[in-house]
Ligand binder design. Structure first.
Ligand code: CP
Length: 310
């Protein structure tokens, strides 16, 4: 990729609309920004005078704090609104809420929303840059990118790797962004889980569906279990967490069937003892906290690039 490559996206709504050179530019930019977080004075002036608003309609620990820290490390001014403190609780529409926020001239609006497509909808109604921090079961692009960065950092390259994603694929926006992102970058993504949690036509995103978890994990370079997202399920889709852990939980024995040196990843939050055994979560193969660290660098890169990289 030429160093002259221009990032032409005003919004980050999903990995679906990013090209391979776009993703490479984001990863390279994040790699160069990562060092800032290791300095004694963790601040650079690249977004000085810019205003970043986070609008979260769902709970978050990692994503919200990570965007906030990333913006502050680049000297932007940041403001947060959550569902309970916004006037949507008084009947205001999402579009009206966004237009009112826009009237205060922010430069970037970062939104998490329970409805798939909510960030696309917002991007059509306002001129401010919109970054999707997770929309329903659709996409979580910054998580997908930090996962790509973490694998590239540990494995040197992404192309040709076998990535196993296990569990609630249907309700996981992370799984969707990861399948799209890893496939675009030349990796082979295998998914497995209870049949009730594997969406029809997931192959269209680039994943291979395995009927057994053993098939997906065997010789994998990366193993990523996912939390069962009960908050998005109207009816129970698994008999019990105990049975789920027996058949689809990642424990030491299962991880040993992956390629030696395989990475254990998880987007968080973890339900220890359900999708992931606690000793494996804390093992030397786990890069879960590296994912969190890289999240700050990726979000710095995204905000920098949507504002023109200047
Ligand atoms: N990975 C992730 O989106 O975590 P949070 O829900 O804590 O932001």
């Amino acid at each position: 990729m030429s160093s002259e490559y221009l990032f032409a996206h005003k919004h980050i709504l999903g990995l679906d609309h990013l090209s391979v050179p776009d993703i490479e530019l984001i990863l390279n930019t994040a790699e160069s920004f990562k060092e800032i977080s290791t300095r004694a004075i963790k601040k650079v002036p690249v977004l000085r005078g810019k205003t970043v608003v986070t609008l979260f309609f769902e709970p978050s620990t990692r994503t919200r704090l990570s965007f906030d820290i990333a913006a502050k490390r680049m000297s932007a001014d940041t403001f947060s609104i959550s569902a309970s403190t916004s006037s949507t609780t008084k009947g205001e529409t999402l579009a009206d809420t966004a237009r009112n926020i826009e009237a205060m001239m922010p430069d970037i609006l970062i939104m998490r929303h329970p409805s798939s497509g909510a960030c696309h909808y917002l991007a059509k109604h306002i001129r401010t840059s919109v970054i999707n921090a997770g929309d329903g079961t659709h996409e979580h692009p910054s998580q997908g990118l930090l996962d790509l960065m973490t694998v590239k950092e540990h494995k040197g390259e992404i192309s040709g790797l076998k990535i196993a994603i296990i569990g609630d694929i249907s309700h996981s926006r992370v799984a969707h962004s990861d399948i799209i992102g890893f496939s675009k970058m030349g990796a082979h993504v295998f998914v497995s889980g209870p049949a009730t949690l594997i969406p029809k036509k997931i192959e269209r995103l680039g994943a291979t569906v395995c009927t057994t978890m053993a098939e997906a994990v065997s010789d994998a370079d990366v193993v990523m279990p996912l939390r069962i997202q009960t908050e998005r399920q109207n009816d129970p889709l698994i008999p019990s967490f105990r049975e789920y852990a027996t058949f689809f939980g990642i424990n030491r024995q299962v991880l040993q069937t992956a390629r030696p040196g395989a990475l254990l990843m998880h987007p968080g939050p973890i339900n220890r003892g359900v999708e992931l055994a606690p000793d494996v979560a804390d093992s030397a193969q786990s890069v879960i906290l590296d994912q969190v660290t890289n999240g700050v660098a990726i979000r710095m890169a995204l905000m920098y690039l949507v504002l023109g990289g200047k």
